[in-house]
Ligand binder design. Structure first.
Ligand code: SF4
Length: 395
């Protein structure tokens, strides 16, 4: 059963046009903000702890700030996460939010708990980086609504902030704890096409004064924006996942059209560079995401091709049973087929997991992020019309 919670509009939401929103500022930016106010730079780390670790937005609750500084901050600054337009909490622990960001655009965020259901167990948040997506992967419902705009750092980090807040209700500020343990930049959008805000947000995820997540628990998933993969290796140390979905260029051109610009040979080279960079904290492997599409990319031959493709790339492979959405031109591979495919990979020495589909009752499973979101570009409508036309022609 799904628990539906009505939208809460807070009438006293601060007007960020006149005030600086501190949410999403890096430690350096916040330090500079305080210096510009004539205050000491160390106030930044104090305020960051209140915002990110205790979920406090009211400066008058930040008890280690003087009364004068609280009042001063209240005049010029605010802490405003994106507005929650809609939220649903599923019985299996999955939580989903639809946020309304500046300009009225909608984005979705999904939290998926570990299967053991333990209160303090693993909780993975799938965070969006753009409104819609320009890349139009053929199996992806988000791609069907087209691209609208990039999210800002505060809109990206705000998704994590709100998810943690949802566990803090009724708890005294200094006793609050962040409960999201893992973040995957795998929601709406291609994160490497919104590079600076995404890297700034992931820096806050890792920062001990903010969310303090381990670098192995923050994962960026890309469909293969090759030049930015090289930049990423230099700029931040996080786990990397690649949305591969096909073991050869011909098929990948069809499923992930950005492959025409950055074909597999270039993508694998960039992934190897990411794993084997000169940084002594070098990454150990990449995660390969592979959606299982019935009769399209799931044969034994495809599995053997995948083994050959990944031979020199330390990788873990995550098979994702496809979640059909309305008018999707694909079906989900059978469990037997997924099992056979995964056996070939295991026998070749790869660690291969099959993603559990969670949160189906609230359309929260991956690939369904478009569920509640307005189709602003009418791409989905046009797409549905073209399918209908083809069916009419056949009839
Ligand atoms: S799979 Fe990712 S990159 Fe491809 S269209 Fe969907 S959101 Fe964009």
């Amino acid at each position: 059963m799904t628990v539906k919670i009505p939208v809460i509009h807070t009438p006293d939401t601060p007007n960020t046009d006149q005030k600086s929103n501190l949410l999403g500022m890096s430690k350096d930016e916040l330090s500079q903000f305080f210096v510009n106010m004539g205050e000491k730079a160390f106030r930044a780390t104090q305020v960051m702890k209140w915002i990110y670790q205790f979920g406090v937005t009211d400066f008058f609750e930040m008890t280690n700030l003087s009364k004068a500084l609280q009042a001063k901050l209240d005049k010029v600054a605010c802490v405003v996460p994106p507005a929650v337009k809609f939220k649903q909490f599923s019985e299996d622990g999955t939580r989903k939010w639809v946020f309304e960001v500046a300009g009225g655009s909608l984005v979705e965020t999904v939290l998926i708990p570990a299967e053991d259901g333990k209160q303090f167990g693993r909780k993975t948040l799938c965070v969006s980086s753009q409104v819609g997506c320009a890349l139009d992967c053929s199996f992806c419902s988000t791609g069907k609504q087209g691209f609208e705009r990039d999210l800002t750092a505060s809109e990206i980090i705000g998704q994590l902030w709100v998810a943690n807040q949802s566990y803090m209700q009724g708890v005294a500020p200094t006793e609050r704890e962040n409960r999201v343990t893992n973040v995957v930049m795998m929601g709406m959008g291609e994160p490497l096409l919104n590079y600076e805000p995404v890297v700034a947000s992931m820096s806050l995820m890792l920062d001990d004064h903010a969310f303090g997540l381990s670098k192995r628990r923050v994962t960026l998933s890309t469909s293969g924006i090759v030049p930015k993969m090289y930049d990423l290796a230099k700029d931040i140390d996080v786990a990397l996942a690649i949305s591969l979905h096909a073991p050869n260029d011909e098929l990948r051109n069809e499923l992930v059209p950005i492959n025409k610009k950055y074909p597999l040979a270039e993508l694998i080279r960039a992934a190897k560079a990411y794993v084997y960079d000169e940084n002594p904290r070098h990454k150990k492997h990449v995660t390969i995401e592979y959606v299982m599409l019935h009769g399209v990319n799931d044969s034994d031959k495809h599995a053997h091709e995948l083994v050959a493709l990944l031979a020199d790339l330390p990788s873990k492979i995550n098979l994702i049973p496809f979640n059909p959405f309305p008018h999707a031109p694909y079906g989900r591979s059978s469990n037997n087929r997924i099992h056979a495919f995964s056996n070939i990979l295991n026998q070749a020495g790869f660690v291969c997991t099959v993603r559990q589909t969670r949160g189906d009752d609230i359309d929260a499973a991956c690939g369904q992020l478009v569920g509640q979101v307005a189709d602003r570009t009418r791409r989905a409508k046009k797409w549905q019309e073209s399918i209908q036309k083809r069916q009419d022609q056949k009839a």
